[in-house]
Design a protein around this ligand. Structure first.
Ligand code: MN3
Length: 262
C-alpha cells in the first residue's frame, strides 16, 4: 500500500523533475547504466522533496507588505498631523499586514491538511486583516498634499460623471461626508464604481470589510473613519475630520482608479 502511494507521488512529480534535472545529453559511455542511475536519483528526489506547487502557494499567499508612500508623514498637515499618519501607517497598517500574513499561513496549512473546519474558522481573521491591508493601501494613494494636487479635481471623465450624477463636486462631497460620518462605530466611507450600470456609488462598509469583495463595487476613494485615523487631532469630532479631508484628496488617483475599473 505504502509502495503504491509512493509510486503515485513519484509519477505525479516526475514531469516536473524531468524538466529540471534531466541531463540534456547523456554520457556516451555505459548509457544504460547512467540512465538507470539518473532515474533512481530522480525517484529519490521526487519522493523526498516537498510538493513544489505547495511551496509556491504558501509563498505567494504570505506576501502582504506595507506599500511605499508617495508623501512624507508631515506633508498632509495641517489637515492630518504627521503623528497620526506615522502611527496609522507604521503601527495600524503594519498590524493588518502582520496578522494578515499569519492568517494566510494558517489557511495554507489548513488547506494542506484538508481541514475544512479550520478553513471556515479563519474567514473572519482573513476578512479583517487582509481587508485592513487592502483598504489602507487604497487610502494612502487617495491622499496628496495640496501642493501636489490634493483637493483638485481635473476636467476629465470623473468630473463629468460626478456632475452628471450628483450635480457638482460640492454636492458629492456633502453627500459622501454625511454618509461617512454616519458610520456606526468603526468603518469606511466609499466612492465606488458599479461596472454593470457604469455609475458612481456612495456607500460605507463596517470594520475593515473591503469594498469589492463584499459589495462588488470597485473602490475609487475610501475615507477611513476609524478613530485611530483622527482622534489625536480631532478628538471625538468626526465631522470636522471628514470636512477637512477633502483638502487632501488625490483626485488624480481617484480618476486613475476609475480608468482602471473599466
Ligand atoms: Mn485605519
Amino acid at each position: 500500500m505504502q509502495y503504491m502511494q509512493c509510486m503515485k507521488r513519484y509519477l505525479s512529480n516526475l514531469h516536473l523533475f524531468s524538466f529540471f534535472s534531466r541531463p540534456t545529453t547523456l554520457p556516451s559511455f555505459r548509457p544504460f547504466v547512467d540512465y538507470l542511475f539518473w532515474t533512481m536519483q530522480s525517484f529519490r528526489r521526487a519522493v523526498c522533496a516537498p510538493s513544489i506547487t505547495r511551496v509556491f502557494q504558501t509563498r505567494a499567499m504570505s506576501s502582504l507588505k506595507l506599500p511605499d508612500l508617495s508623501w512624507d508623514f508631515g506633508e498632509l498637515e495641517p489637515v492630518i498631523s504627521a503623528e497620526i499618519m506615522k502611527l496609522h501607517y507604521q503601527k495600524h497598517h503594519q498590524a493588518y499586514v502582520t496578522n494578515g500574513n499569519l492568517a494566510l499561513e494558517k489557511l495554507a496549512d489548513a488547506q494542506h491538511k484538508g481541514d475544512t473546519a479550520a478553513i471556515i474558522g479563519l474567514q473572519n481573521a482573513l476578512k479583517f486583516n487582509c481587508g485592513g491591508h487592502l483598504n489602507h493601501s487604497i487610502f494612502w494613494k487617495n491622499l496628496a498634499s495640496p501642493k501636489k494636487g490634493g483637493g483638485h479635481l481635473g476636467s476629465g471623465e470623473l468630473r463629468k460623471k460626478i456632475e452628471t450624477q450628483f450635480g457638482s463636486l460640492d454636492k458629492l462631497q456633502a453627500q459622501m461626508s454625511a454618509t461617512t460620518v454616519g458610520v456606526q462605530g468603526s468603518g469606511w466611507g466609499w466612492l465606488g464604481y458599479d461596472k454593470a450600470s457604469d455609475r458612481l456609488v456612495v456607500t460605507t462598509t463596517p470594520n475593515q470589510d473591503p469594498l469589492q469583495p463584499t459589495t462588488g463595487l470597485v473602490p475609487l476613494l475610501g475615507i477611513d473613519v476609524w478613530e485611530h485615523a483622527y482622534y489625536l487631532q480631532y478628538k471625538n469630532v468626526r465631522p470636522d475630520y471628514v470636512k477637512e479631508i477633502w483638502k487632501v484628496i488625490n483626485w488624480a488617483d481617484v480618476e486613475n482608479n476609475l480608468k482602471n475599473a473599466k
